[in-house]
Ligand binder design. Sequence first.
Ligand code: NAD
Length: 481
Amino acid sequence: METIQNYIGGKFQSAYSDGTIDVYNPAKGEVYATCPNSDKTDMETAIKAAAAAFPAWSQLSVDQRSNYLMEISTRISAQLEELAMAESIDNGKPLWLAKRVDIPRAAANMKFFGSAITQFASESHEMVGHAINYTLRSPLGVVGCISPWNLPLYLFTWKIAPALAAGNTVVAKPSEVTPMTAYLFSKIVDEVGLPAGVLNIVHGLGHQTAAVLSSHPTVKAVSFTGSTRVGAEIARTAAPLFKKYSLEMGGKNPNIIFDDCNYEKALQTTVNSSFANQGQICLCGSKIFVQRGIYKKFKADLVALANKRTVGDPLHADTRMGAIVSKTQFDKVLSHVEIAKGEGGHILCGGQAVQPVGFEKGWFIAPTVIEGLEPYCQTNKDEIFGPVVSIMPFDTEEEVLQLANDNDYGLSMTLWTENLSRAHRMAAQLEAGILWVNTWLVRDLRTPFGGMKNSGVGREGGFDALKFFTEQKNVCIAYGK
Ligand code: NAD
């Protein structure tokens, strides 16, 4: 049994209460580690340590801070195998996916912001003959970073890298469902010799630990990725205290597929966008609108490919779909399938749990495609966050525009068409923070990332993240006689 510890003020420690939380291997449905069940006392100690570290850290040169981030990035890359294995066991995702995506992206996050901070320039605006204005950007102080379980180290580093690069000190709360790689990351940070208190990692249940960040007077900003429900709670607490907050929340993302698309590319990508990471990516497409001319064929081909996806041992190279992250999530996804049936949905494939040989106690669900649902029923409105998609036909551009936009969420969409004018027309009107045309999940870290409506407040990525983690001050110097 492995024991995960908090990392506070440069020291590894258990929770003050000595309480622990069981950490599961979802492929086996068994406890394999424990993490601290921290509470307010641990959080307050971490916030104090971060506040004490802030003056020195914020006074380092940009190059010095950048060097720390670069060194952490190098060590993540050097430990790719170990970190990917840990992520796969902790989360249930295929090992190859963790090796190809999660861990390289964690290294890239550190490197990207280590480099971006060296290019983060001040602006100046001259009022000719009168005055010159320039913008100072200072770090905020102690900031809180809260991350979810679906892409554990990937999203954890996506927040703390810009926060640290900009000169803040951080109290980070990884998901209690998948705490392992954040713990391994704290070991890397310790080896690199990041000054004590600059990054503090506290494990525990969200409402007992992370919630302290939204209300604590020392914490100047909260960067959160997770559910819309928790995001709303953070906003309710932080807004009246005038803290900055950035919220990356849920999605119910439409895929829009026109008759004139590159069929093979649209099909293969749609299978991935439906079932990658067991459908547990906030950017997964879960409502698939297909134009009537190709609807029947597309549906049949999608189902055939879904049926071919191997579900099983996350560590096996042939596995395309691993385990659902937790029993709670597994039950939630299956309950949504029951709701869909009650709403008149026909299950074209999947719709049930799978018990791969040797993993009978694991939480596996077959890739599921549902047809025959009304566009505005509960299944088509709620974020399911599992390998379950609904497929529906449409006729015209106007119709699908309305179907896609009539959505409580506005995180991402994909659009498949070879008609350039239509692509531009629709891009201007579709209501989502991220639109992919003829592709999915292609990410340039310089671009703004985030959602509209119930999917988010603010944007991460590139200089947007550095702006969020700094306070701007305009200095106006008159020079006229
Ligand atoms: P969650 O909201 O349950 O938990 C996210 C984090 O918030 C965890 O660390 C949790 O401990 C913490 N938390 C729980 N209660 C809290 C509280 N009262 N105050 C502060 N923090 C609290 O989400 P989850 O189940 O871990 O993740 C799945 C959700 O994340 C999905 O809705 C998914 O769409 C979303 N997500 C969004 C993005 C994005 O970029 N928009 C990316 C990944 C995941």
